[in-house]
Design a protein around this ligand. Structure first.
Ligand SMILES: *Cc1c(COP(=O)(O)O)cnc(C)c1O
Length: 454
């Protein structure tokens, strides 16, 4: 085999990119990353970047946390792998489930493990189909989500995702219904207050339920703050309005906390931040602080009891992944929860979130082309607009957000373009000094790109 010389060319030749802008890679080459410390990563050329996206939202304790690596090593030495089928499971799995229920908003419940967030959502849908069928409601199969939601990439979770790019796969599948995105700044009508907007969305939900028939709907899934949709916090009162309608029609509310979970919004769960208790929680990404591929479905008491009854009826729940509840993943997750809650990480997010908001707001106010700052805790987005007053976006062909992200990369700052927005979701360990570095590099990139395109 003839290997090309550079790391970049070798990556290009043999690796298939996912969710990657191919013209950008062609023009700029791949960044091949070797290691990191704290919130920084290094590439093969010795360049250092402040990763203001925590990898992919998940490296919340940074890239070299000794305690997490130690927990992984210790478990690999003790018992390096096992499954959770046939009435067997590792001691680490038992302990993690206990811990997850303890830190959940539920006073009791049950946990089921997957290898990713997509699989956790997929599993939750199968659980709902299974229990509704078992309870004599086999028609209760439709899934409600929102436009711009991101729930993953498996055929089911991609169908739940409310993004146009899934059309290339012929998705969504039938029976996946996408409601309006609760983003008042962008989707509110002229003169419509945020409260009125929320009421309109609640009415839309109720009309949809009545039109489709409540007895055909399996569940409603929502991220407390939409992440990959561009960091979109819900409009005022949204979850209270939605939950009362869902309750009336007996439709479970599932909180997809893959991003919000474990402190990203300033509380352990996003549902806490927005004052609601869901019927189940989907967790992944932060669950192992990015050190192990793992997802979890955390069922509250009602769904746990009903699913248990359905399983007992046929003597099993016929579902599971080979690596579900992997002991190394569970050991890491146990340590990660401890690190976030007891080593000051969650506390750091709460302490520095107002500083992050203030710094980004100042950047917005100095810029003629940032139309909105939105977010909470340690997840924020700045949306670029051609015209602030009319919220008119830049021409999509200008790829403004990609250019900003590329300029940041040149300056040694990793951030992510999402639509016309730039997303910043740093690791929970970020210091004030590192935050200032992020502000400084971001503003230099914005100034440069806006001068080019405006
Ligand atoms: C990332 C994400 C998922 C999918 O998780 P994967 O581990 O990539 O499959 C699901 N839901 C939300 C909210 C996410 O951010």
């Amino acid at each position: 085999m003839n290997k090309p010389q550079s790391w970049e060319a070798r990556a290009d030749e043999f690796s298939m990119y996912g969710f990657t802008d191919l013209p950008s890679v062609k023009a700029r080459g791949t960044v091949v990353v070797t290691h990191g410390e704290g919130p920084y990563v290094h590439d093969v050329n010795g360049k250092r970047y402040l990763d203001a996206n925590s990898g992919l939202w998940n490296m919340i304790a940074g890239f070299d946390h000794a305690g997490l690596a130690q927990a992984a090593k210790a478990q690999y030495d003790r018992f390096p792998g096992y499954h959770a089928f046939f009435g067997r499971m590792s001691d680490q799995t038992v302990m993690l489930s206990e811990k997850l229920i303890e830190v959940s908003p539920f006073d009791r419940g049950k946990v089921f493990y997957t290898n990713s967030g997509s699989e956790a959502n997929d599993t939750m849908v199968k659980m709902l189909w299974f229990l509704h069928g078992s309870e004599g409601n086999p028609k209760r199969r439709k899934i409600l989500t929102r436009l711009n939601a991101y729930h993953g990439v498996t055929a089911v979770s991609a169908s739940m995702t409310g993004k146009p790019y899934n059309e290339v796969f012929g998705l969504p599948m039938e029976g996946f219904i996408h409601l309006t995105c609760p983003h008042h700044w962008r989707f509110g009508q002229d003169g419509e207050s945020e409260e009125q907007f929320t009421q309109r969305l609640a009415a839309e939900l109720e009309e949809t339920i009545l039109r489709e028939g409540a007895d055909t709907i399996a569940g409603f899934f929502a991220e407390p703050v939409m992440g990959a949709g561009g960091v979109i916090p819900p409009s005022k009162g949204y979850f209270q309005a939605v939950q009362s309608i869902l309750k009336k029609h007996g439709i479970p509310l599932i909180s997809d906390e893959v991003i919000c979970g474990f402190g990203r919004t300033g509380n352990t769960w996003g549902c806490e931040t927005y004052g609601f208790v869901p019927d189940a929680i989907i967790s992944s990404k932060n669950l192992t602080a990015g050190l192990f591929p793992m997802g979890a479905v955390i069922l509250g008491p009602d769904l746990a009891d009903r699913l248990q009854a359905a399983a007992e009826k046929i003597e099993e729940f016929p579902h599971g992944f080979t690596a579900s509840g992997h002991p190394v993943g569970c050991a890491i997750a146990l340590k990660a929860i401890d690190v976030v809650m007891n080593e000051g990480l969650a506390e750091n997010v709460r302490r520095l979130a107002p500083r992050m908001e203030a710094g980004l707001r100042a950047i917005m106010e100095r810029s003629e082309h940032i139309g909105e700052l939105r977010g909470i805790g340690f997840m924020w987005a700045l949306e670029a607009v051609k015209d602030k007053a009319t919220k008119t976006p830049f021409d999509a062909n200008l790829s403004v957000s990609e250019r900003i992200a590329n300029s940041c990369t040149d300056l040694g700052l990793i951030c992510r373009p999402l639509g016309q927005s730039i997303v910043l979701c740093p690791p929970f360990i970020l210091t004030e000094e590192q935050m200032d570095e992020m502000f400084d590099k971001l503003e230099r990139a914005l100034t440069k790109v806006f001068a080019e395109v405006a």
